[in-house]
Design a protein around this ligand. Structure first.
Ligand code: DOR
Ligand code: ZN
Length: 335
């Protein structure tokens, strides 16, 4: 099977020795990826963003990979955004404290407060990526964020709003109700329900935000992905954390899936859909939504060959357990 220009529309690469370990593994199968800005401190200025992009390119460019950079959302003025426009792909909004390194996020969702920045983004055609969760009961957090998505979609009709890593049937439906709402879907939300995470022995390596939900929610997500619904794109939300920070009291949220994502998607689409829809889900939909094109194409070949996911990935400082560690997969990426 061959795929043209696979794109990961939501990727965490971290920094320093973690970046060195995960970037080559996370970028080898992809032509480009949207890089998340939740570093410590978050990426809020162009100098830091450009320096981070250089660090990413330095450790991953044997893979002919393009990082699509994002800024961390705060109130930016129009002049700043005009200057930033050519360096950024989008701006990512986190509600304050909702997930890893989001303490500097937004706690006031009043339209008047957000208006100057969101109007400038609309005018400059800068997409808004959103981690959509409230502080309510954990299973309701995403659905309850619907009212904020609706408010944003209605008040900023020219703003392209991407609902990141959707995990509920509520948002699968909302996507169809507003022209300017789009979504990314992860690999893990196509596979897991809450039962896999806490139904038997608790599995820290399957713990992520938003948490995997019910069978009905998973089915709704699979329907969109496997039919390559034109408003959804693949975004792994691959989010590595050191083994010690997952296997402890106070487990960090995040699943490290990027190195195996394409193999597993190939297997899922072979079983439940077809290659044409995988090509749309993994690349063509995102290219259309964001007007993306590439000077040089990257063609990925996947062979029908069994291989085993490593039990861990490590370098001299870091050790990470990947999604599906030790499991056998049917497609191997040959590049
Ligand atoms: O599980 C998650 N991990 N969800 C997020 O939104 C953030 C991410 C991370 O950065 O670790
Ligand atoms: Zn994320």
């Amino acid at each position: 099977m061959k795929l043209k220009n696979p794109l990961d529309m939501h990727l965490h690469l971290r920094d320093e020795s973690m970046l060195k370990l995960v970037a080559p593994l996370s970028t080898k199968d992809f032509r480009a990826a949207v890089i998340m800005p939740n570093l410590v401190p978050p990426l809020c200025d162009i100098k830091s963003l450009k320096a981070y992009k250089e660090r990413i390119l330095k450790v991953s460019n044997d893979n002919h990979f393009t990082p699509l950079m994002t800024l961390f959302f705060k109130n930016y003025d129009e002049k700043f955004l005009e200057n930033a426009k050519d360096e950024i792909f989008a701006i990512k909004l986190y509600p304050a404290g909702i997930t890893t390194n989001s303490e500097n996020g937004i706690s006031n969702f009043e339209i008047e407060t957000l208006k100057p920045t969101l109007e400038a983004m609309s005018a400059l055609n800068i997409p808004l990526l959103v981690h959509g969760e409230t502080n309510d009961f954990v299973m309701d957090r995403e659905s309850n964020f619907s009212k904020i998505y609706e408010k944003l979609a209605k008040n900023f009709k020219n703003l392209k709003i991407i609902m990141e890593h959707i995990s509920t049937k509520t948002l699968c439906k909302l996507l169809k109700d507003y022209e300017n709402l789009y979504a990314t879907i992860t690999l893990h939300h196509l596979i897991l329900t809450l039962d896999d995470v806490i139904g038997g022995k608790m599995k820290p390596h399957l713990f992520c935000k938003p948490i995997a939900k019910t069978y009905e929610d998973k089915t709704a997500l699979c329907e969109l992905a496997f039919n390559a619904y034109e408003k959804v794109m693949f975004g792994s939300d691959s989010a590595p954390h050191p083994k010690d920070e997952k296997e402890c009291c106070g487990c960090a949220a995040g699943i490290f899936s990027a190195p195996i994502a394409l193999s597993v998607l190939a297997e899922l689409f072979q079983k439940h859909s077809n290659q044409e829809n995988l090509q749309k889900f993994i690349s063509d939909n995102a290219c259309k939504i964001h007007n993306l094109s590439f000077k040089e194409d990257k063609i990925i070949t996947l062979d029908n060959e069994n291989w085993q996911v490593p039990n861990e990935y490590k370098n001299e400082n870091e050790k990470i357990i990947p999604f599906m560690a030790g499991e056998n997969l049917r497609f191997q990426v040959k590049s």
